[in-house]
Design a protein around this ligand. Structure first.
Ligand code: BGC
Length: 367
């Protein structure tokens, strides 16, 4: 009996090592190539912060789905603090977690820790945010980030057209955290729609601030965005109104709306400008339904978790990993094979149905 157990243990170890050690950097497409059962150890899941609702949902969804599939889960959050996240990832490697799923705070800062993961034979999946300047990342699961920006720009224009305000429209631009690769994709996507309108004079940026580095918001911080909006209102809108604001994420949108309200918008006949967003956070969805924030971009985090868990099962069983994009995400050292999901834009006319149909919120939450 003891001998049988030892043989089984050795076989499991061999399978585990071959799963961990396979060259996961090769883009793989097509159907699953192996029926081998997954070796189910502990999966390390490193999330950036609990200050935004989406990451809590992401963590919960991954944990729940992995546990249902028979894995153990080591889920941690880093309070948006880079050294904390580096320590957490190092700890996962020391504890020999079988595979790492990482949503980075700073896409580059983890490269030293990830090199350790690679030499320990631990595969790494970049979750939602690309891990940059490292060849230790095997795969990437995310939403089409350029498309998110295109949807934000398109929605801003639609809201401006519907506002009935005369052209040129006064617009201000905000972008996300410069150390998050997604922020550039969102901004470039939005500017692919807005730049032609700036060039032909349909849109005016009274502050003159259009450069990504200037409009970026470190750590996606709502308070930083609020302050910048207040400064812009004081400096550039003493004698005119702002009609639209490109905001990349719901937390930032709410910071901007707070600044606008503080300056008299939203009351006494001074209408709030069209403000975009992202993530369909509950507070922002309520704001949209109440006619304040104009729109958001819905990214179904349970679907992202599902795609990631499927990938983990494929990697840990030695199966061929299925991805649908092998060209968009160059991390500086390699083009990372990516599974891209589709974002969905929604505004007051569509948000409720979209979110209820996806079972993202209940009727009671949106009442
Ligand atoms: C995510 C967005 C989110 C932002 C701030 C980005 O990396 O893709 O969904 O709004 O981070 O948390």
């Amino acid at each position: 009996m003891r001998k049988i157990l030892a043989v089984a243990a050795a076989a499991a170890l061999a399978l585990s090592l071959s799963a961990c050690g396979r060259d996961t950097g090769t883009p793989a497409t097509g159907a699953s190539g192996s029926s081998a059962a997954a070796v189910k150890g502990t999966i390390g899941v490193a999330m950036p912060t609990k200050t935004s609702e989406r990451w809590i949902k992401d963590g919960d969804n991954i944990k729940q789905q992995l546990e249902a599939a028979g894995y153990q889960v080591n889920l941690v959050y880093a309070n948006d603090d880079i050294p904390t996240q580096v320590t957490q990832v190092n700890d996962m490697i020391t504890k020999k977690n079988q595979l790492l799923v990482v949503a980075a705070i700073d896409g580059v800062a983890l490269k030293g820790a990830l090199a350790e993961a690679k030499s320990a034979g631990i595969p790494v999946i970049a979750y939602d945010r690309l891990l940059r300047e490292t060849d230790a990342v095997s795969y990437y699961t995310t939403f089409d980030n350029f498309k998110v920006g295109v949807q934000q720009g398109t929605s801003l224009l639609a809201g401006l057209a519907a506002s009935g305000k005369p052209k040129p429209w006064n617009v201000e631009l905000f972008a996300g955290s410069p150390d998050d690769n997604n922020a550039t994709f969102f901004f470039n996507g939005a500017m692919s729609i807005l730049q032609p309108k700036i060039d032909d004079g349909t849109i005016k940026i009274a502050s003159g601030e259009t450069d990504f580095k200037v409009v970026a918001t470190l750590r996606w911080d709502a308070a930083v965005a609020k302050k910048r909006m207040e400064n812009i209102l004081t400096k550039s809108y003493a004698s005119s109104d702002v009609n639209g604001v490109l905001a990349p994420y719901d937390g930032i949108s709410r910071g901007i709306i707070a600044a606008l309200k503080g300056s008299g918008y939203g009351s006494g006949g001074k209408v709030l400008p069209v403000v975009t967003g992202q993530d369909a956070e509950l507070e922002s969805v309520k704001s949209i339904l109440a006619g304040e924030q104009y729109s958001t971009i819905f990214k179904d985090t349970s679907e992202l978790a599902k795609a990631t868990v499927k990938m983990i099962q494929e990697i840990t069983s030695g199966a061929t990993v299925t991805v649908n994009d092998t060209k968009s995400y160059d991390n500086g050292l390699k083009v990372v094979p990516t599974e891209l999901l589709q974002p969905v834009a929604c505004d007051k006319s569509s948000c409720k149905k979209i979110l209820l149909d996806a079972k993202y919120y209940t009727d009671a939450q949106l009442a």
